[in-house]
Design a protein around this ligand. Sequence first.
Ligand SMILES: Nc1nc2c(c(=O)[nH]1)N[C@H]1C(S)=C(S)[C@@H](COP(=O)(O)O)O[C@H]1N2
Ligand SMILES: [Mo]
Length: 380
Amino acid sequence: MRPTPPHGPPITFRARLHDARTATALGRWLGLAVVVCFVTGVLSHCLQHPPGPLVDRLPSRPSWGYRFTQGLHVASGTAAIPLLLAKLWAVYPRLFAWPPVRSVRHAAERLSVAVLVAAGIFELATGLLNTFQWYPWPFSFVPAHYAVAWLLLGALLLHIAVQWPRIRDHLTRRSPGTLALPAADEPDRRRFLAAVAAGVGAVTLTTVGQSVTALGPLNLFAPRSPAPGPRGLPVNRTAEAARVTGETLADWRLVVAGPRPYTLTLEELRALPQHEETLPLACVEGWSRSARWTGVRVRDLLDLAGAGPNARCRVVSLEAAGAYRVMEMGRRYARDPLTLLALRLDGEVLSPDHGYPARIIAPNRPGVLQTKWVGRLEVV
Ligand SMILES: Nc1nc2c(c(=O)[nH]1)N[C@H]1C(S)=C(S)[C@@H](COP(=O)(O)O)O[C@H]1N2
Ligand SMILES: [Mo]
């Protein structure tokens, strides 16, 4: 006698689940996730590495803009992982079709699918490992992830064009004649798609807490939140790693370069008008958290140095070396009253890991540009 499985009938392997209908149903969701991920990724790239003409045009509002779009970038990329796995499972028998090449057109089509699959796996794998700050490869993450994104988009558009007749049939709910497919979903297909949806829901709910504060308690798998730094705010690079020590800070002065250069001690900086703003720190790796920052407006500091209304600002950290030692902000960020040289976080003096004695916090900016351990501001 065969044992009865506890939860309904056993799921048997059916070739039907590998048909075009399943592939198209999954492709619709995977395509949506990839497009959202692509658009938010290009946006993030523009904010981090603004092309010349955009430097002074990038908006500093809404202040939560980058937090939202980068949260969406990481969430849509994470959701795409189970979708891509399901999609590959649905179509894999076709990847071994025989003969491998029937015509020039068929060869081109297969080549485009190969590029699509390879670029998709590359983007999701490098993106996921980046959220863990783990780089087990010889190339530089940002340029590679960005370049392959364009390759992926091109291959995706080509794939949609080639598959358009099937996609159209699916969307208009016509039964494709040549494939003799059932018009309606059978229970096994519905179960399969429901399982994929449950998988997507599960990975999303257990990671999105890294940027959606209300879902923080469910955040089981995202790398950042489980080990928050001082004052409940994660730290990517510690003062120790940046080699900013007591010695570096011994006679710290803020140097402001411009038409009327000056320097300030920490006491003098504390004596200037202080402003308090609630602004998020939104890391490109997906985590974000809002905090209350207190400090001096960068605008005021630049004006004291004789900056004009169109001045940009260059910020130099005390850190000896590192990709984020020098940062530039365009006019709109430099003039925004929310942009602070912060001295306090949630009411307390900054901890060394959060950038003591002074750090930048600006609205609608990637975390990598929120420079810590500031030693020098330059009017540009
Ligand atoms: N000088 C300097 N500033 C820096 C960094 C850095 O490596 N060096 N890391 C940045 C990154 S990637 C992020 S996400 C934020 C994190 O700020 P926190 O460590 O205070 O949470 O700081 C930014 N400021
Ligand atoms: Mo970051």
